[in-house]
Design a protein around this ligand. Structure first.
Ligand code: FUL
Length: 495
């Protein structure tokens, strides 16, 4: 065991003995009759816990590039290039995204081209100066209101790199950029996530200079000051990137590792950006991954994107390899020139939704008899019972005694069923623990180990295992075969 790791495991004991804040002391209940397990550090913050629960949300790339068929605008586009042929139908965006299960939407408020799609005071390069019939719109205002109306969370993408701004690369831009973020944090209600793209510097228009500007992203933006401001203005907002609350998974194909730790060992003294689909078993800080993926060929809609959309099965596979592997999924659905999601896009979304419903529509394990190989003692009856895994409450969990790192839960499905997916979850508030597990199915008096195409190593917030083929079973067993310390399992669902 590394020295850092052993220090973290010791931390609760040290902290308890010197007596500290209320927040820490909730982890120091060892001595109480309830017998709450100690945390395994690092553990997620409250912001990160809420972020994990978001699981699946949408990206919307929409702006000047939608009208130029480009992915990266140069920054010299005329303001009226942004020219929606119809009034923006944000109601349609939110309705369709909600229908496929997205819990929130993050929209590009400014991409690398520098065009601000809100009525900003920081630059003239904004929809506020657009004189087309439908282009004079404050898009975050419209979208955040519609998200609120339909019960989705709202988030903002803002590109640090700005190819329009004459001051980009110089001191002046840093304050402008911070003011843009301040506006987004102040005028559009609660943000659940802010996305700070890592693409930085290069050639651009830069107010007419048309040159290449390079910056050192680690110092230029003075992000420490900016992030402090965001935390004051939006205390519940997760900051994406720059080693804050969640990180890029390291690819844009929508997959995290089969082994996927939400903890990470990034090196603050190097340029390691923390991008990694696997995490680190002995990581020193909580830094979970987010998978960003496109529904078609580009991030922005183009004249040809409708003919190149991913199939519903591809989207479903992305869901399994991201949300199903302890990562969050941000899936991009870009509106077209008419300010609507195209008919082809919507049809594909409906097909995708049908696959999700077909796979996960009925939890066969819900509230069925669950029996554990053992159960942690507590003065509170049922506190750590096996029945906590299938009560549809992720705040309750099955636990073993300290020092016990293996054990199993059997769930009686109440009759023979066809089983194809098993979904698991750990009670991550007290740290990510499980390193290995196996699934067994019971049929005709025999237990058989279920085969899966996936490594069954980590669980984390959420793990979905698809069996190699559907199996008839009257019981399902989930056996924890290896864990850092006693496992805490909050969820076993069977589909
Ligand atoms: C990248 C950008 O360069 C792409 O245009 C897109 O916005 C993607 C989500 O992030 O870094």
């Amino acid at each position: 065991m590394s020295r850092i790791r052993s220090l973290f495991l010791l931390m609760p004991t040290l902290v308890c003995s010197i007596g500290v804040s209320a927040q820490t002391s909730q982890f120091c209940d060892m001595a109480t009759p309830e017998n709450i397990p100690q945390p395994v550090f690092p553990v997620p913050s409250e912001v990160q816990l809420a972020w994990h629960d978001m699981e699946f949300y949408a990206f919307i790339h929409y702006g000047i590039n939608t009208y130029t068929n480009k992915e990266w605008g140069y920054g010299d586009e005329a303001i009226n290039t942004f020219n929606p042929t119809q009034p923006l139908d944000v109601e349609q965006w939110v309705t369709e995204l909600k229908n496929i299960g997205c819990k929130g939407i993050i929209i590009t408020c400014k991409h690398h081209d520098g065009f601000c799609t809100w009525f900003t005071e920081t630059t003239e390069h904004s929809t506020k100066n657009n004189t087309t019939i439908n282009g004079h719109v404050d898009i975050p205002a419209l979208l955040s209101a519609e998200c609120k109306r339909q019960g989705l969370k709202f988030g903002a993408y803002i590109s640090p790199w700005d190819r329009n701004n004459a001051e980009y690369g110089r001191a002046g831009y840093v304050e402008t950029f911070r003011n843009q973020i301040r506006e987004l944090c102040t005028n559009y209600g609660e943000l659940f996530e802010m996305w700070f793209d890592g693409a930085n510097g290069g050639d651009g228009y830069y107010g007419g200079a048309r040159e290449t500007r390079s910056i050192d992203a680690s110092t230029y933006y003075d992000f420490n000051t900016t992030f402090k401001m965001i935390r004051e203005l939006q205390p519940n907002c997760a900051i994406w990137g720059w080693e804050q609350d969640c990180q890029w998974v390291g690819n844009e194909e929508g997959w995290a590792g089969e082994t996927s730790w939400s903890i990470y060992n990034y090196n603050t003294s190097s340029s390691d950006s923390g991008d990694n689909p696997y995490g680190h078993e002995d990581g020193w800080r909580w830094l979970p991954s987010e998978c960003d993926a496109k529904n078609g060929p580009g991030w922005f809609a183009s004249n040809t994107s409708d003919s190149q959309l991913k199939t519903a099965q591809q989207l479903f596979n992305i869901y399994l390899t991201s949300v199903g592997r302890n990562s969050n999924l941000i899936l991009n659905f870009p509106p077209g020139k008419d300010g609507r999601l195209s008919d082809a896009t919507v049809q594909r979304m409906h097909e995708f939704k049908a696959l999700l419903d077909d796979a996960f529509g009925t939890d066969l394990a819900l509230d069925k008899d669950a029996v554990g190989s053992a159960e942690r003692s507590s003065s509170v009856r049922g506190k750590f019972a096996a029945s906590n895994v299938n009560d549809d409450d992720d705040e309750t969990y099955w636990a073993l005694e300290d020092g016990q790192t293996t054990g199993y839960v059997d769930i009686d499905l109440g009759g023979t069923q066809t089983v194809e997916y098993v979904r698991l979850g750990e009670y991550i508030r007290l740290g990510q623990r499980v390193k290995g597990f196996k699934i067994y199915t019971y049929n005709n008096g025999l237990w058989n180990e279920a085969s899966s195409t996936e490594e069954t190593t980590t669980i984390g917030h959420k793990r979905i295992v698809r069996l190699s083929s559907p199996v008839s079973a009257s019981k399902v067993r989930v056996e924890i075969t290896d864990s850092k310390v006693c496992p805490l399992i909050s969820r076993i669902s069977v589909y």
